[in-house]
Each structure stands twice: as C-alpha cells, then as structure tokens.
Ligand binder design. Sequence first.
Ligand SMILES: NC(=O)c1ccc[n+]([C@@H]2O[C@H](COP(=O)([O-])OP(=O)(O)OC[C@H]3O[C@@H](n4cnc5c(N)ncnc54)[C@H](O)[C@@H]3O)[C@@H](O)[C@H]2O)c1
Length: 363
Amino acid sequence: MIGANDKVRIGIIGCGGIANGKHMPSLKRLDDVEMVAFCDIIVERAELAKQQYGTPDAAVYEDYKKLLEDESIDVVHVCTPNRSHSFITVDALNAGKHVMCEKPMAINSAEAKKMLDASKTSGKLLTIGYQNRQTPGAQYLKKEAEDGTFGDIYYAKALALRRRAVPTWGVFLNEYEQGGGPLIDIATHALDLTLWMMNNYKPKCCLGTAYHKLNNQTHTANAWGDWDPEKFTVEDCAFGFVVMENGATVSVESSWALNMLDTREATTVICGTKAGGDLINGVRINGVRNGRRYELYPNLEAGGVAFYDGVDNNDASLVDMRQWINAVKGMNAPCVLPEQAYTVTRILEGIYESAKSGTIYNF
Ligand SMILES: NC(=O)c1ccc[n+]([C@@H]2O[C@H](COP(=O)([O-])OP(=O)(O)OC[C@H]3O[C@@H](n4cnc5c(N)ncnc54)[C@H](O)[C@@H]3O)[C@@H](O)[C@H]2O)c1
C-alpha cells in the first residue's frame, strides 16, 4: 500500500510522441512521483527520456518484460501503439503494477476484455488516458449533467472531425498495429466524453460506415505533411449511428481527412428533455426559461487580472495525472474506469463491423 506521503515509482513503456507530449512532462511536475524506468524498442528514445525526466539512477530497457521484473515499480504507463496496449497492460497488471494505458484501450473488444479481467484478478488499478475529461469545459458540462440540468439525454453527438490532419508518424496508418483509423484514434475521445456526460454505458445496436476515399490522393495539404498512399490502409473517415438500450441515440462522426470546414476534436453535443449542452467553442448550454430560449456561455477563466489566471488549473493532462496518482494512493477512484473504456471499445468495434457487413450490429 502506497502512503499519502510516499513517492510513487513509475515506469514508462513507449517513449514516443504521447509519452513526451503528455505523460512525462505532467508527471515531472508532481512532487510525489519519480520516473525510475524507461522502455522503448528504439532504446535511444528511452535513454533520452531518462535524461530529461528520470531519476539519476533510472533504468533503461529495450524489452518491457525486463522493466516489469523490477518489484520496486508501483505504476506503469503504457504509451505504445494500439496493438500492444493489451498484452503489455495484462503483463503489467499480473506483475503487480497499477496501469495507466493510452487510448484507445485496445484494438478490439476481446483484447480490451483481457485487460479488464486482468485488472479484476490482480486487484490492481487500470485507467485509460482520456485526459479530455479533465478540461475545464468537460468538467463544467459533467457537473451540469450530474446536477440534472439536461434531464433525460436522448440524443448526443460524438464529434472528431479533421479536414486534413492525418498522423503520418509512427504506425497510425497501419491497420494491423492500430486496429483502424480516425474512428479508433480520435472518435474514441469524443465517444468517451459523450457516454460519460450521458452516464449511459448500455449500447443496443448500431449502423456504421467507413470510407477510403482520400487516402490515395497526393499533394494533400495535410497538417503533418503528405501521407504515403501505399501505407494508408485504414479508413480516412467513419460514421456511426448508435442506439442505446434505453432508446437514446448517439451519432459518431470521425475523420482525419474530409472536405468540410466545421472541424472538431474531442467534442460532444448532448440534447436532453430539460436542456442541451455542448463543448463547441468552450461550453454552451441552451434551453427555454420564462417562455424564452436562452443560451449560457460559462466563463471558464479562473482569474480576472491580466497577468494572473488564478489558482485553478486549466492543464487537463496535469489534472489527469494528479487525479490518477491520488487514485493509486487510495485517495479517490480513477476518473476513467476500465469498464467505461471497454464499452467505448465495444461501440467502436460495432461501427467497424457494421461498416464491413453493411448490416446492423447488435451488441
Ligand atoms: N491521449 C491522447 O490524446 C493521445 C494522443 C496521441 C497518441 N495517443 C496514443 O498513444 C499511443 C502512442 O502514440 P504516439 O503518438 O506516442 O506514437 P509514437 O509512435 O510517437 O510512440 C510510440 C513509441 O512506442 C515504442 N514502442 C512500440 N512498441 C513498443 C514495445 N513493444 N515496447 C516498448 N516500446 C514500444 C515506439 O518505438 C515509439 O517510440 C497510441 O496508442 C496513441 O493512440 C494518445
């Protein structure tokens, strides 16, 4: 049992983009955490991470199994491409580590179920890196949902729409490694937010479509440079119409490349019997009061003077890591429960399966 004042010893597996962009810089800012081991199959990346973020005697590994042999490590962060999320997480949980695994939970529901089961049998915590829940806007909307502001939420949209932002590094375009394209990569965030706002994790059936329409094009004006059409084997956009057991509808829209101007990242729109809300341009809440329509735009800035934005923290990744480390110390539950991420995985899989078969997918 890790005490409230103890330092939590962390090992990082996969020292690429998200480890450097989110996990390691945020963990470094927490006083009660030390990063004591780093692993990457490209070992220079693990070395560099150790130099930048590790304790002076931190260990560096090429093989994650060796890192897991270190019994002094309490927590492992899995920051590798999607296919390896499941087997690394299962091994880490069975080695007695708490695990924060990057999104999506796994490449399919069978792999995600193994992770869920290993968490239960090992008694160790498992959470998934849906840091967007910790943005000030998402926190505000969730509080309104919990307070009953929206009434019965019966229609929602999970939006993850990019015009030309196909990730061209790593293995994002590779079906085998990733399990899919924008649907599994970015709609996973939007769907997580949407189900969380609805507090509804019971899907009944869905209809999906997925397209490979733009992936053969060149001179693409892509945010991260032209993609290689030969390597771009996943969909460039995918859409789903999901019906929940209670009759609610969730529309899922995702693209890395699509000819549209109204782009969105990790966005939800919820429509209830009493009011509606969304995360478009901050938070917007709408309804009818005193016989008039109203719109509410909460001010999410903390401070009020030009040079000081208050003590509230607007850094979602930092808040997410603080919340997670507190969970490891038994002070609160993890914000993202593995059962919730498992349902997100099942729905994304249902949309893919429906797109393949051309028929309705029943959960
Ligand atoms: N939460 C978010 O918003 C967010 C954003 C970007 C990426 N991600 C997720 O993070 C994961 C990694 O994405 P990325 O952009 O960092 O990719 P990346 O390619 O930049 O980094 C992945 C790293 O893992 C290493 N690796 C691969 N297999 C390994 C193994 N078996 N053992 C040890 N290291 C291994 C690679 O060498 C690489 O350095 C993906 O699942 C992605 O979906 C999440």
